[in-house]
Structure formats: C-alpha cells, structure tokens
Ligand binder design. Structure first.
Ligand code: MG
Length: 386
C-alpha cells in the first residue's frame, strides 16, 4: 500500500514560450522539463509512486518525456487546473495512499528537503504548503500610479508541493467542484482543513517566462541541478566455438564465439557495471546472478537497460559513456558507427554521448594471444545532490 503518491500537474496548454509545444515538454538541459520534475519525486525515499496529470493531446510528448522512468500511467486532466487536480486525486482511489503531494510540472528545482518537510508536517496537520515570505514592499496600483502601500507582514507566496492527507483533500476537492479556487491549499481552506506553511525556496520557482527558462538553464549549467558521478566497469570473456561475437549489442561475424552464461557481450557487461558503479548499486553479478537460469543466453541489453532504469529511478541522467574493447580480432573499426548507435539506442541517449573505442595489446597477454576479449567502460551521470 503506497504511503505517499506525488501527483504532478502537467495538463496546462501554455505555449507562450514558443516552440509550439506546452512548456512542460520543452527541453531544459537537453531533457523535457517534466522529466526533471518527475525525477525529483521518483528519487525521494518518502515518495512511493508518481503520477502525472496530462492533457490527452500531449500523450506522445508525455511518453517521450518519461521514457524509461518507473512512473504510474498518466491520467487525463480537465478544463482547469482545479479540475485536473481533482481528476488526478480521483484516479488514486484504488491505491488510496495515506498522503499526496500535488506539484506543478514547471517547478523542476524542488529539493529533497522541501519534499521531506511538507510530508513531515502531515503527521500533525491536514495540509502543508511550501511557501516563501514576501520580502519586497507591495504596492497597489490604480491608473499606473501607486494608490496604496500594502502591509507585507504575514504575507507568503505559495509554491508547490502542497501536501495533504489523501481522504481529506479528495473530499475537499469534490466539495469545491464548480467553484474557482487558485490552488489546492485554497481548496483545503475552503473545506476548513488545517493547512500549515512550510519553508520553500527561491530555487523552487515556477518556470513561466522565457527569462525563467534561461535562469533554469544557467542553474543546470552551473551544477545547481545536481552533482556529477562516474563509475567504471571491466569484463572479460574467453573465445570458444562459434561463428559470431556479440559486442555492444551488435552481432559481428567471427570465426569464434565468446563463452558466457548470457550472450557474453563484454562491452555491455563492462558498461552495465560502470552505470551500477556510478550509483553505488553493486555489480552485474549481484543483479543478474549467473546461477539464475533466466539469464541463460540472455541478450545483454536487458542488463544495460535495467542499470539505466536504476540510474533514472534515482533521478540520474546519463551524460556520457565510453567503452574500450580490447582484442586483436575481430576488427572493430568497420563496425564502429553501428556499435555507437546501438548503445545510444539501448540507453535512450544521443549518440554524441556515446563513445566506443577499440585497441589491441600489441600481441601481449591473453587478448594478444587471441584467447578472449576484454572491455572496460566509464559512465558519467548527473544526479540530484544527496
Ligand atoms: Mg561478463
């Protein structure tokens, strides 16, 4: 039974930022904006599942944005944000989580502390809203002139996430259906629920304007979006009878095969270990024990996809992989482009982020004697700061 489900509200049609697509699907640091936001919640230990509320027309954009992520199927939103939230909440009736976090798709910089603080408050309160105090002096305008100075004491700017006990916020939304309220906290307030303010952050801003997008791009470029980690992998398989070898997911004709429990693809095995290494998730043998018959003859892209999924589950993004194949034969260079394209396809990343190289050992050692093939790999990922 899920404790907390995060509901990401992504049904808006806002296209004012150009590109002809709603802003939540526009690319930020090379990835759709929605993907960054979803990953923040998937990576949080207190969040058991994530669901997005989307516009039905956006389904292809949505599928691309969350490709490879372990997210619940999306649900269609309604005419207004309030309708979309209610429909999202109704869709969780089967799961009946203890709590929900409702969050704007366009706030990708929500951090783990804000999520934890919001959830933590729900032990004592029916609702909790991330917010920042108003620090600027407020003016009321009339005809372009200052008509009054508004006392700012006690005023806060509400952000998301807004967290609630599930049963209470669902009932509040049902009761408010037909009214027009600005956010979920207002819906809760309307129902007389006890809603507390918790500390949000200036970084948790909502991307609305072109300027916001540029600010977000520069935050990512300066590393505010996370930290860089690397992992290394190494693997060897010996030659045996056969007429081809599998290398980096591609079948290459050869007068020998490679011996192994799976398809013995040394390149993908080294790369799988490199990705697992980057997130400290053990090694390929621990995830796919050779003693387990289900991996007998398995295509090794299964292992690599699983490692990539584990990276994505932690909110990580693969920024570069580099595989070195070490053998005298077969010759790798004629097949280089296919190997790169195949690795990029398996990992669902751009080919420019993939490097596959080959070298010999000048006739020395076991690879030099043609007894087998070795491979080493490095993987670099960006991951939210712990
Ligand atoms: Mg191996």
């Amino acid at each position: 039974m899920p404790g907390c489900i995060a509901l990401i509200v992504a049904a808006g049609r806002g296209q004012r930022l150009g590109g002809g697509i709603p802003k939540q699907y526009r690319r930020l640091g090379g990835e759709p904006l929605l993907r960054w936001t979803v990953q923040r919640f998937l990576a949080h230990p207190d969040v058991s599942a994530v669901r997005a509320v989307i516009h039905p027309d956006d389904r292809p954009l949505y599928d691309e944005a969350v490709s490879g992520l372990a997210i619940l199927p999306p649900v269609d939103g309604g005419e207004t944000r309030q309708d979309s939230c209610r429909l999202g909440l109704e869709s969780l009736a089967d799961q009946h989580p203890d709590t929900v976090l409702i969050h704007d798709a366009a706030r990708p910089f929500v951090d783990a502390d804000i999520i934890a603080r919001t959830l933590g408050s729900l032990a004592e309160h029916a609702g909790a809203v991330a917010a920042v105090p108003v620090v600027d002096t407020l003016k009321r305008e009339a005809d372009g002139r200052v008509a009054a100075t508004v006392e700012r004491g006690g005023l806060w700017r509400a952000q998301t996430p807004q967290g609630f006990r599930y049963g209470e916020i669902l009932a509040a939304h049902r009761a408010a259906s037909g009214q027009s309220l600005t956010d979920d906290a207002a819906v809760a307030e309307n129902a007389g629920l006890d809603v507390v303010l918790i500390e949000g952050s200036e970084e948790n801003f909502k991307i609305t304007t072109e300027q916001d997008f540029q600010r977000a791009e520069s935050m990512l470029a300066s590393g505010d979006g996370g930290e860089t980690r690397t992992g290394a992998g190494f693997d060897v398989h010996r030659f045996g009878p056969g007429d081809h070898v599998m290398l980096c997911g591609v079948e290459l004709p050869h007068d020998q095969g490679l011996v192994g429990h799976s398809d013995a693809d040394v390149g993908l095995h080294a790369l799988t270990d490199a990705l697992l290494g980057a997130i400290g998730a053990g090694d390929i043998g621990a995830h796919f024990p050779p003693s387990d018959p289900q991996w007998k003859g398995a295509p090794s892209d299964v292992f690599l996809r699983e490692a990539a999924r584990l990276v994505a589950d932690r909110g990580g993004r693969i920024t570069g992989v580099d595989v070195t194949l070490i053998c005298e034969a077969p010759k790798i260079r004629p097949h280089h482009a296919r190997l790169v394209a195949r690795v990029a396809e398996i990992l669902d990343i751009a080919a420019e982020r993939v490097s596959v190289k080959a070298t010999t050992t000048e006739g020395l050692g076991f690879t030099g004697r043609g007894e087998g093939i070795a491979a080493q790999a490095m993987a670099t990922i960006e991951i939210p700061r712990a």
